[in-house]
Structure formats: C-alpha cells, structure tokens
Design a protein around this ligand. Sequence first.
Ligand SMILES: Nc1nc2c(c(=O)[nH]1)N[C@H]1C(S)=C(S)[C@@H](COP(=O)(O)OP(=O)(O)OC[C@H]3O[C@@H](n4cnc5c(N)ncnc54)[C@H](O)[C@@H]3O)O[C@H]1N2
Ligand code: MOO
Length: 408
Amino acid sequence: MEFFNVVTVSDARMIIDDNFNIKIGYEIVNLDECTGRILYEDVISKEDVPAFKRSAVDGYAVFSKDVFGASESIPSMMNLKGEVLMGQVPVERIEFPGDCVYVPTGGMLPYGANSVVMMEYTERLDESTLLISNPAAPGENIIDAGEDIKTGEVAIKKGTRLRPYEVGVLSSLGFLNIKVSRKPKVAIISTGDEIVKADGIPKPGQVRDINTHLLYSLIMEDSGEPVVYGLIKDEFSLLKNTVEKALSECDAVIISGGSSVGKKDETVNVINSFEGPGVLIHGISVKPGKPTIVGKVRDKIIFGLPGHPLACAVMHRVIVSHYLNSLTGHKLLEYPVTCTFNINYHKAKGREEYLPVMLDYDGDKIKATPVFGKSGLMTGFSKAWGYIRIEKNQEGIKEGQVVYAYKF
Ligand SMILES: Nc1nc2c(c(=O)[nH]1)N[C@H]1C(S)=C(S)[C@@H](COP(=O)(O)OP(=O)(O)OC[C@H]3O[C@@H](n4cnc5c(N)ncnc54)[C@H](O)[C@@H]3O)O[C@H]1N2
Ligand code: MOO
C-alpha cells in the first residue's frame, strides 16, 4: 500500500523553485558582525591593494642590474643612501649606478629601485658602504601596486558566505558597512504528545526534544534566524493556531513530526485548512525522509519534516537549505572528498539515499564506512563525517567502489 504520491528530490526542488519567488532583501551590518552572512552584491574594489609598490622583505632596494652576478667571492660594492621609514614616502632615490636604500618589510619602494636584496645577503662596511653577495632579478621581493586587488576588480562575488578571510579582504578595501542578505526568519514547531523539553525528565514512552535544537543549529548554519514556537501537542487546533502565528511572524515555517500518515499526524490537515494551494508535495523518494511535506500558505512555504531526527536533519539539508539558499542568494560550493567504499552495501531501487559515512585513511587513500543506525537514532549522525548520495536506481555499492563524500 502506497500512502504518498512521491516525487524525486530534484522534482521537489523544482516545485519549490516554481512556486516561490520571494527575495529576502538586504541589511547593512558592521564588518565585525558579518561572518557567516551572505553577501548581497558583488564587492568591487575602488582602489589598488596594495596602493603602492612595497618591499616583501627587510633588505636593500636596488636597481637589479647593479647586483647582477654578485656572489660571496665577488660581492657588489654599493653606495648606501639612507633608509625608508614605514608609512612614509621615501626621501632617497636610486639614481646612480650602485645606489641602494634600506627598506623594511612593507616599506614603500624608493624611486628607481626594481628589486630588493634580503638583509642576509649583505654586509655593512661603514655608514655609506654595503656589500651585496647575491643577485636580485627585476621584481624580486617586491609586491606590486594592485597585485592583490586591482581597481574595478570584483574582490568578492555576491552570494558568498562570508568567512574570516573575506572579512580580511573587506577591511583591506576599507569597507566597514557590508550589504548582506537579510536573515530569513524560520519558525520551528515541534509536534508530538510524547516529546518533552530537552531539560525535562522523560517518563516511560516519552522522549526529549532533539529536533527543535537540531533545526535551530541547522538554520543558523544556513544564515537564517530560528524562531522557536515550542512543543505542540498532536491536536489540530493547537497546531493550526501556532502555524497561524508563525506565518504572520516568519518567512518560512518548519513543523517537525506528524509528517506521516498516523492517526495523530495532523501536519497535512493543518496546511490544507488555510487558504492557498496548501500541500504541494507529500512524499519524496529519498531515504531517510520519505514522508516530507512541502506546502504553500499565503505565499509562504511550510515544511513538514519527519519526526525521526536523522530524517529531519537530512531533509533539512536536502530541501529546506535549498529554499533558504535561494532566498538569501547563497551560492553553495561543495567539494566532495573522493573515497573508496569499505563494504558491500545493498540498497533497494526507487529511493535516492543519503548514507552517513565515517572517513578514515587507508594508506594514502581515504575509505568511507557507513554509519548504520535507524533514522530514529541520533548518535550515528554525530559520528559521521558526512554523507554519500546513492542514486535512485542504483542497487547498492560494491566494496572498493569509488564514492564521493559530502561534509555535513
Ligand atoms: N505506515 C507508515 N508509517 C510510517 C511511514 C510510512 O511510510 N508508512 N514512514 C516512516 C518514516 S520513513 C518516517 S521518517 C516516520 C515519520 O514520521 P512522522 O514525521 O509522522 O513523525 P512522528 O511520528 O511524529 O515521529 C517519528 C519518531 O520521531 C520521534 N520524534 C518526533 N519528534 C521528535 C523530536 N522533536 N525530538 C526527538 N524525537 C522526535 C518520535 O518520538 C517518533 O519516535 O514515519 C514512519 N512511519
Ligand atoms: O524517512 Mo524515514 O526517515 O526513512 O525513517
């Protein structure tokens, strides 16, 4: 008996893309607050970085021809004209054959110099005489103006999730107020008569609430703002009132639990009780997470995720994150690790599977071993490095087969 009219993961994503076309807008945040946020527009440099030609080492600025062929046995004898001071335009110039000027790391290159010889290859004879025992090719030990970023260059692309390294680039360009996508507000509603708060003591038959906290962190990872609506009993009117409130306050709503077809599974009924198209998807051909629901009420999206924590987490990644990324414009870049599968694994045809794996070195190769556990069990997940995706019609994986592991 088949309860759901299942669609594939890619169909589900297409249905979401076709039915929702809401952009989240932007806000300006201070540079020190923007880590993890999604850049709303390209950052274009208004200047060259660095702005001036500077030395990459502590040493002596020279005209390279003057030290051509210099060696320990036949050093070049140079005329030391003075020194460059940090943060100042050099007073001395390289004008005559054999001129050199001391320049510290990061100091501006004096006029006429085209390379810098490191301190280690020099010997000071007196106030104005220096021996250089190593040649320096033109451009050696010099950082050119604009070598890092040129005026007009796109320094960071829109849709980038900002990391500390992008923050460094933004500060080098003098941008202190950053235009980032607004954080989508995502409601978390946990359902289930048997669920007690995570700090509660479960009685026989009860379980602690995992999904509220799991979803909270997943939404944070998606640069969203989680809003918790608490634990709701499996009762139509309670759930409907909570969804009503969440719809008026948030950009998207997640209901955890009650996605299946049990007597107390009210999610579908509640979604269909509002005006609007209601349930768009009930059932995705994926393991774990098959009973997943996607609905539309008043132009807003409602997800009904399976109560099993593993299924809830996987479907958040596969479906909810897809939507949140399109809201924020986040261009997700994933670089899977190529591994060798460690066992023979059988899978039934018809459902795409997301299989949690541990990774380990096997000589110079990386082997992937599945972390088995029913989707109601959580710890397997935390032991996994990531997951591999097994295609819908694939019947399994053979030991030694190459697979691609994606990080959780
Ligand atoms: N007759 C069928 N039964 C089920 C099917 C099916 O196709 N036909 N699918 C199974 C699959 S697959 C999944 S996944 C689950 C999904 O069930 P629900 O979304 O309705 O979830 P619940 O029944 O409410 O809960 C399932 C399980 O998870 C525990 N749970 C729920 N919420 C939390 C929470 N916040 N923290 C921790 N644990 C939670 C709950 O206690 C249950 O043990 O349906 C199968 N059944
Ligand atoms: O989709 Mo269920 O999560 O396979 O257990």
